[in-house]
Design a protein around this ligand. Structure first.
Ligand code: PLP
Length: 361
């Protein structure tokens, strides 16, 4: 977490621990600050209208967006096969509950196949849920093009975008799109865990997941996590999207150069600079993960929520071979990493790989 966010926590968790729904003057001030923060987020999203709800995590935002858009009748729901489990598994659940659901395939670069998407969209489409940036591959979907498809083929459908890996990393101006709902999370942008947002273009078109005290327009009842919301705001205030993009792109290139010199294969899907897939030919990714953990280098195998399950749904859908999937790992870059840290990590990864490879062959 960014250092600056820690200070904000103290202010709102200790000195100003007021319930925004209470009537004391201090409470009203906190409530006002939350309302201002909502406007602040709308501005950052470059949205011309709408509301921002604060939730407990993007998993909640995604569930609220999808379940809150369900309607009775002869409707269809469209997802991509590359979605994060907090969207994909909701789609699967809806299918098992009897809803008509389509899962659109990806192209070889990990993006949603727009030709296939076009084929399933119709007047019956109630919801399209497609991510901005893949957490597995870093592939970036063209939300503006998807918006045009929606406008042409199903103007009354709701377009939900899981923007968790894109928010404050890959610019997207909501006013240039047809996006109705957009999920984003604080802990991907150096803010705290346990707080996220959901942009809602038309709050009358969304139904809440649970009933309660009616906070946040009745769409997300429950006392707001004020310190975390204010930390989330601080994280956004201090972020420099362009500078980070440039720095992280350069870190990624330096990393690729060093690990490649050890024979580690980089499979860069060419989207977000924050994510890179690498393949350890002849060695399991899991073996590398544990060996590297001991040396202080932390890598990922798949989405953290699904890493314990065998295989990788998203890579499989793109057509990556079983062998490559078993030998692959995912590297995440941060704007707070230095060149020296990245190069040291890359050398350690390369050396550990060479060592294990020699022993297993
Ligand atoms: N969507 C994407 C694309 C993600 O990468 C993640 C987290 O990794 C989530 C949703 C879930 O976010 P949260 O951990 O805030 O529930």
């Amino acid at each position: 977490m960014a250092e600056e966010c820690l200070e904000v926590y103290r202010e709102f968790a200790c000195d100003r621990f007021f319930n925004p729904s209470a009537l004391a003057v201090e409470s009203l001030q906190v409530s006002k600050q939350i309302a201002e923060t909502e406007k602040f987020f709308l501005k950052k999203l470059d949205a011309s209208e709408g509301t921002v709800l604060f939730t407990g995590c993007a998993t909640e935002s995604n569930n609220l967006a999808i379940r809150g858009s369900l309607r009775k009748g002869d409707y269809e729901y469209v997802f991509s096969v590359g979605e994060h489990p907090s969207v994909y598994n909701v789609g699967k659940k809806l299918e098992s509950e009897g809803y008509k659901v389509f899962f659109v395939p990806l192209d070889k670069n990990g993006k949603v196949n727009l030709t296939e998407l076009e084929k399933v969209l119709s007047e019956k489409t109630r919801l399209i849920s497609i991510m901005q940036v893949s957490n597995e591959t870093g592939a970036v979907n063209d939300i503006e093009k998807i918006s045009l498809l929606k406008k042409r083929l199903c103007p009354r459908a709701v377009l939900h975008v899981d923007g968790v890996q894109g928010f404050m990393k890959i610019p997207l101006s909501l006013r240039k799109t047809e996006v109705d709902l957009y999920s984003f999370s604080a802990h991907k942008i150096y803010g705290p865990k346990g707080v996220a947002g959901l942009y809602v273009k038309n709050k009358n078109a969304l139904k809440p997941l649970f009933e309660g005290g009616g906070q946040q327009f009745g769409l997300r009842s429950g006392t707001e996590n004020v310190p975390a919301i204010m930390q989330f705001r601080k994280a956004v205030e201090i972020i420099d999207v362009e500078k980070n993009f440039k720095n992280v792109s350069s870190l990624k290139e330096k990393f690729k150069k060093v690990v490649s010199s050890y024979g580690v294969r980089c499979v860069d899907f060419g989207g977000s600079p924050y994510i890179l897939n690498i393949v350890f030919d002849g060695v399991k990714g899991e073996t590398m993960l544990h060996a590297l953990d001991e040396k202080g280098v932390v890598i990922g195998l798949g989405s953290a929520c699904s890493a314990k399950k065998a295989g990788n749904r998203v890579l499989e859908e793109i057509g990556v071979s079983r062998n490559d999937i078993i030998s692959s790992a995912r590297i995440s870059f941060s704007a707070y990493q230095t060149v020296s840290e990245i190069e040291t990590a890359a050398h350690i990864i390369g050396e550990v790989y060479q060592d294990i490879k020699q022993r297993v062959s």
